[in-house]
Design a protein. Structure first.
Ligand code: SF4
Length: 93
C-alpha cells in the first residue's frame, strides 16, 4: 500500500466521494468479514492486522482505487466470492 492510496482512501471517506464499487466492497465483503469484528462479535470496522489483515479502517480501505483486500477477496475491479464464502464457512464471526 502506498501513501497516495492511503490519502485517497481517507479523503474519499471524509468527503464521501465513493464509487458504487467502493461501497460494494465494504457492504458485501468487509462488513461480513470476520477480520472486521472483535472476538466478542462487535463490528470494529478495522481489518485486523494480527489475523493477516492490513490494519486499515475498512471504509477508507475500500475507497482506494488501486488497492485490494490483503486476503485476496477483492481487488481494484474484481471479486472472488467463492473464496470469500469458503473463508466465511471456516471462520464464523
Ligand atoms: S480481509 Fe479483506 S474483506 Fe476482510 S476486512 Fe480486510 S479488506 Fe475487508
Amino acid at each position: 500500500m502506498n501513501v497516495i492510496s492511503i490519502i485517497e482512501g481517507n479523503l474519499r471517506k471524509v468527503f464521501n466521494i465513493r464509487t458504487p464499487i467502493m461501497k460494494y466492497r465494504e457492504e458485501n465483503y468487509c462488513k461480513k468479514c470476520p477480520l472486521a469484528y472483535a472476538i466478542d462479535g462487535r463490528y470494529t470496522g478495522i481489518c485486523n492486522k494480527s489475523e493477516g489483515g492490513c490494519g486499515c479502517g475498512v471504509t477508507a480501505k475500500t475507497s482506494q482505487n488501486l488497492q485490494g483486500c490483503p486476503k485476496g477477496f477483492w481487488g481494484s475491479n474484481w471479486f472472488k466470492p467463492e473464496l470469500f464464502e469458503e473463508y466465511l464457512k471456516d471462520n464464523h464471526i
